[in-house]
Write a protein that binds this ligand. Structure first.
Ligand code: NCD
Length: 335
């Protein structure tokens, strides 16, 4: 991927300037191609150990109101690797350090932070929070996960990883496993997989099925969607297995979580009959759903997937702020 990218036109690049990244359905195939190419360009730049200044003088606000390791740190690293700087709120609903603890609304908080930063990355336990933020902010808002809603930047890095590993997505059979009800990564990912012409197999406990409105909209668009509980059979014909964590924090009844938490475990025995060349992805963190023994399987790509997040997030930050230096002279002004 890194040495195999195509330079998008200035016009294609400029279309992203000032835009928010809120949910998967906002993107066309042409826009996805631009993001993938710019991500690959940055991957190559980092592999060549280039010092980038694309976002020099710019500030990213990283607002995480829910736990995060990869998403926050890869966004922050992305900004630093682009020569920009970062301001951060990292808290959880039970450990608030910002003025949300005093009852400040999202709208007011974002209005203020928007005066400090050139781009705002936000994660919240509330579905729709990024949309509220986008209404308050003049600068681009990037949704880094809104409750059980969407997680478009994760899905973009998932697509980047599949393209890198498989060369294409066209016609691939992708099995999505685990918590398809509350898992926001899969809610975004299925839209992209549909755009790229993939066939989908959904495997989950009965209580955690993909919401009906999502499967219906996929089928209405002509996507082949199969729902099954026979994981082993699905793996015998799948090109990609995408595993998700059961989202314990979204259950209202702990007994239901206890009942379903270990319903499907991907272990060495489970993947023994899988299709040759199948890759295994997981947005991470994993709890029990993939046993550690699977890590040595050559198709286990979940850690590479997390590394790819850096390049895709560099692309998103630079594109939305109009900072991709490859395509224009470096700007001297701030804002
Ligand atoms: C995911 C998330 O936050 O939705 N994590 C991530 O961003 N890599 C998946 C999860 O928490 O299970």
């Amino acid at each position: 991927m890194a040495n195999n990218w195509e330079k998008p036109s200035l016009e294609q690049i400029e279309k992203f300037e000032g835009k928010d990244v809120l949910s998967a359905p906002q993107f066309s195939k042409a826009e996805l191609d631009v993001i993938m190419n710019v991500a690959a360009y940055y991957e190559q730049a980092l592999l060549e150990k280039r010092i980038l200044k694309d976002m020099e003088g710019k500030v990213m606000a990283s607002l995480f109101y829910e736990p995060s390791t990869r998403t926050r740190l890869s966004f922050e690293t992305a900004m630093l690797r682009l020569g920009g700087t970062v301001i951060t709120v990292a808290e959880s609903p039970t450990n608030q350090t910002s003025s949300t603890a005093k009852g400040e609304t999202m709208h007011d908080g974002i209005t203020v932070i928007d005066g400090y930063a050139d781009v705002i990355v936000i994660r919240s336990p509330q579905k729709g929070a990024a949309d509220v933020a986008a209404q308050a902010a003049k600068h681009p808002i990037i949704n880094a996960g809104d409750g059980a809603g969407q997680h478009p930047t994760q899905a973009l890095l998932d697509i980047y990883t599949i393209l890198k590993e498989k060369g294409t997505l066209q016609g691939l059979k992708v099995t999505l496993l685990g918590d398809l009800k509350f898992g926001r990564t899969v809610h975004s990912l299925v839209d992209f997989l549909a755009i790229y012409g993939c066939e989908l197999v959904l495997v989950s406990p009965e209580e955690l099925k993909m919401p009906e409105e999502i499967t219906k909209s996929l089928r209405d668009r002509g996507v082949k969607v199969e729902e099954t509980s026979d994981l082993k059979k699905a793996l015998s014909t799948s090109d990609v297995l995408y595993v998700t964590r059961i989202q314990r924090e979204r259950f209202t009844d702990p007994a239901v979580y206890e009942k379903v938490k270990d319903a499907f475990i991907v272990d060495e025995e489970m993947i023994s009959g899988c299709k040759k060349g199948m890759i295994i992805l997981h947005p991470l963190p994993r709890v029990n759903e993939i046993s550690v023994g699977v890590d040595k399987y050559e198709g286990a790509k979940y850690f590479e997937q997390a590394y790819n997040g850096l390049y895709v997030r560099m692309a998103l930050l630079a594109l939305t702020t109009g900072s991709v230096v490859l395509f224009r002279p470096h700007r001297k002004t701030v804002g």
